[in-house]
Design a protein around this ligand. Structure first.
Ligand code: SF4
Ligand code: SF4
Length: 305
């Protein structure tokens, strides 16, 4: 699938009318009413950040643009005591190099292309995924992950409200990718049985990503051998037929040295090693290192052990 690119990063987008904001919220509210959404407090916190409302800073918003930028699966070698640990770093847990200015410029100058209009960036990844599927930009897999033709599940989502009325109001039924039709690979291989099949919505309270992207200890019920990536979890995506082509395009960060790996594992967070690690794996800003690195330390420990 050929898409245009910005800074060498492919992108694809759709637009929907803000008239669908209530429909989008109803998608969540209905799932909540029938009791299939996890009550895990972190997940509930994510859900509580309702974003399907016209932003106060753009009261005359008319359209919502949902934009996907293709981001590769990445690996990094961590060196430790003469051994090399090859560790996965999936998107969207690293910085792909696109700045907010790049995205603003793309939306205003390439997608909208009409002078005199304003945009406001929306937040909240959970909501962006359902917006992507409703807009027809992507479709769900049984693992509830969104897939886009030509990108698989490897992309970052961004949404922008605009007071320009986009030509297209692209609104679709919720659909699954064709590859799911005769496949239950992810249901069988989810290490925590988070993917239920029926109901379709996964048990988010069991999903590894919910735990390894936030601070704190892993729950007692979780087998430490299930971890497989420095952040997030690739078990339901790596061998998914929906990613068959995209997984071949995986990239590699510069190796993490013995010194940097030991700094991380020993919790001896210090500049300039924080800066050099940040420049290699691009998962955090050095100024945020002291807050972020304890999470990486915990995650790396279980992978290496
Ligand atoms: S592993 Fe199979 S069932 Fe699961 S999302 Fe991929 S194609 Fe669908
Ligand atoms: S990301 Fe991992 S834990 Fe979560 S549903 Fe997929 S396989 Fe299961």
């Amino acid at each position: 699938m050929s898409y245009p690119n910005i800074k060498g990063i492919r992108y694809h987008y759709k637009s929907v009318s803000v008239d669908h904001l209530d429909d989008l919220q109803e998608d969540f509210d209905r799932l909540n009413r029938i009791g299939v959404l996890s009550n895990h407090k972190t997940y509930r916190y994510y859900l509580s950040n309702k974003e399907f409302v016209i932003p106060e800073t753009l009261p005359d918003a008319k359209s919502l643009i949902i934009l996907a930028t293709s981001t590769k699966m990445m690996y990094a070698n961590f060196h430790l005591n003469g051994k090399v640990f090859n560790i996965m770093i999936p998107p969207p847990y690293y910085d792909d190099g696109l700045t907010l200015e790049d995205l603003d410029g793309l939306v205003l100058n390439v997608i909208i292309k009409k002078p005199g209009y304003d945009i406001v960036k929306a937040r909240n990844q959970l909501h962006l995924k359902i917006l992507a599927v409703r807009s027809g930009l992507g479709r769900y897999g049984r693992n509830n992950i969104c897939y886009i033709d030509g990108m698989g599940s490897f992309f970052s989502l961004h949404a922008f409200y605009t007071n320009y009325k986009m030509e297209h109001d692209s609104w679709h039924d919720l659909k699954m990718i064709d590859q799911c039709e005769n496949c239950i690979y992810c249901i069988k291989n989810c290490p925590t049985n988070a993917i239920r099949g029926e109901p379709f919505v996964i048990d988010a309270g069991k999903c590894l990503s919910l735990y390894n992207e936030i601070d704190g200890e892993f729950p007692k019920w979780m087998d430490m051998n299930v971890h497989n990536a420095l952040m997030g979890c690739m078990k339901c995506q790596y061998f998914c037929p929906g990613n068959r082509e995209e997984i071949k395009k995986a990239g590699r960060f510069e190796d993490v040295s013995e010194e940097e790996t030991k700094m991380l594992l020993n919790g001896d967070f210090n500049d300039p090693l924080i800066s050099s690690l940040s420049s290699k794996i691009k998962m955090f800003d050095p100024s945020d290192g002291l807050r972020f690195l304890p999470r990486l330390k915990r995650n790396l420990e279980v992978l290496i052990k």
